[in-house]
Design a protein around this ligand. Structure first.
Ligand code: NDP
Length: 308
C-alpha cells in the first residue's frame, strides 16, 4: 500500500531516536511520533556524565537535541504529538494522533516510564513549589534548605545523596524498616552525615500554603502522627511505564505494566517491537535504552526483509 510506512516509532527518548537513526540509515524512512513533550526523561535532567563519548559530560536536553539533529540528517520525520490509539488487529497497523491516522507495517514502542506519586491530598497542588520527583532536575533549588525523600529503593538513596550537595539536611522517609535499596547504595546514604532516616511510617500529606513547609507522617505501629519540617519533598517510589494504549491493543505486559518482549525485541504481536524503559524496569539508563533502540531497528529491518 502506497501510504503505508515501513515503521512508526512511538516515543522520542534515547530508545526512540536511536531506533530512528538505525531505521533511517537502513532506508526504512521511519516516522517518529515524538509526543507533545518530546525527548523523554533526559529533558528533565541536568548534567549527564555516563553517556559514553562526552568526556566532560553533556546536559540532558543538549544530548536529546543532538540525537534529534542526527536523525533529521537522515531524513527522519518527527511529529510532536501524542498517539491517542493504535489498532494492531489489522494489517497494516493503524496509529492515530488527534489530527490524523497512519498506516504502518511495523511499530517500535519506546514510550518510556514516568515517576510515581503518593497521591497525597496536597502533593500535586505543591508540584513545582517544593514537590518534585527528580533530584537532578530540581536539587539546585534547595541550596541551604531541608528536604525529605520518600522511598526505600536505590532511587531514594541516590536522590538523597545527590541532594546533600545542596541541602543542609535530607531525611529519607520510608514505609518499612527494611530497605529494597542495594547494600552499597544504602550504606552510602547511612554514612552521609547530612542524611537521617525516618522508617516504618506512612506519609499522610505534604504541608504548606504556597510552598512546601513539611510533611505529616503516621507511625505504622503506634499510629502517632508527627510533622517533619522541610522545604522540599522528593518522591522516589518507582516509575510507571506508558503502556495503557498498547495494553488495550493486546500487547502483553507484566503485572506492573511493563511490556514483555517475546522474541528478541518483538512483543507478542508480530511486527510490534519494544525498546527502552517502557519494558526495562531494571537498568533504566540512557545508554541501555539507546542500545535497545538499535536492536529494535535491526530486528524491524530483518523482519521486513524476511517478509518481502
Ligand atoms: P523500587 O521499586 O526499587 O523502590 C521503590 C521504593 O518506594 C520501595 O522502597 C517502596 O517501598 C517504596 N514505595 C513504593 N510505593 C510506595 C508508596 N505508595 N508509598 C510509600 N512508599 C512506596 O524503585 P526505584 O525507583 O528505587 O528503583 C527501580 C530500579 O532502578 C531498581 O531496580 C533499582 O535498583 C534501579 N536503580 C538503580 C540505581 C543505580 O544503581 N544507580 C539508581 C536508581 C534506581 P517497599 O520497599 O516497602 O516496597
Amino acid at each position: 500500500m502506497e501510504n503505508t510506512h515501513n515503521t512508526i516509532i512511538i516515543g522520542s527518548g534515547p530508545a526512540g531516536l536511536t531506533a530512528a537513526l538505525y531505521a533511517a540509515r537502513a532506508e526504512l524512512q521511519p516516522l517518529v511520533i515524538a509526543g507533545l513533550t518530546p525527548g523523554g526523561q533526559l529533558m528533565l535532567t541536568t548534567e549527564v556524565e555516563n553517556f559514553p563519548g562526552f568526556p566532560d559530560g553533556i546536559q540532558g536536553p543538549d544530548l536529546m537535541a543532538n540525537m534529534t539533529k542526527q536523525v533529521e540528517r537522515f531524513g527522519t520525520k518527527l511529529i510532536n504529538e501524542d498517539v491517542v490509539s493504535v489498532d494492531f488487529s489489522v494489517r497494516p497497523f493503524v496509529v492515530k494522533i488527534a489530527s490524523a491516522e497512519f498506516l504502518t507495517k511495523t511499530v517500535i514502542i519506546t514510550t518510556g516510564a514516568e515517576a510515581n506519586w503518593l497521591q497525597l491530598p496536597n502533593e500535586q497542588r505543591l508540584r513545582g513549589k517544593g514537590v518534585s520527583a527528580c533530584a537532578t532536575c530540581d536539587g539546585f533549588f534547595f541550596k541551604d534548605k531541608e528536604v525529605v525523600v520518600i522511598g526505600g529503593g536505590d532511587s531514594a538513596m541516590e536522590e538523597a545523596n545527590f541532594l546533600t550537595k545542596f541541602a543542609t539536611h535530607v531525611t529519607v522517609v520510608h514505609r518499612r524498616d527494611e530497605f529494597k535499596a542495594s547494600k552499597i547504595m544504602l550504606k552510602r546514604a547511612q554514612d552521609n552525615p547530612k542524611i537521617s532516616f525516618v522508617t516504618n511510617v506512612t506519609v499522610t500529606d505534604v504541608l504548606g500554603e504556597n510552598n512546601v513547609e513539611g510533611i505529616r507522617v503516621k507511625h505504622n505501629d503506634t499510629g502517632e502522627e508527627t510533622e517533619i519540617k522541610a522545604n522540599g519533598y522528593f518522591a522516589a517510589i518507582g516509575h510507571t511505564p506508558a503502556t495503557k494504549i498498547f495494553k488495550d491493543a493486546g500487547v502483553e505486559t507484566n503485572d506492573k505494566g511493563y511490556i514483555i518482549p517475546k522474541e528478541f525485541t518483538m512483543t507478542n504481536i508480530e511486527g510490534v517491537f519494544v525498546a527502552g524503559d517502557v519494558h526495562d524496569h531494571r537498568y533504566r539508563q540512557a545508554v541501555t535504552a539507546a542500545g535497545e533502540g538499535c536492536k529494535a531497528a535491526l530486528d524491524v529491518e530483518k523482519y521486513l526483509a524476511d517478509k518481502e
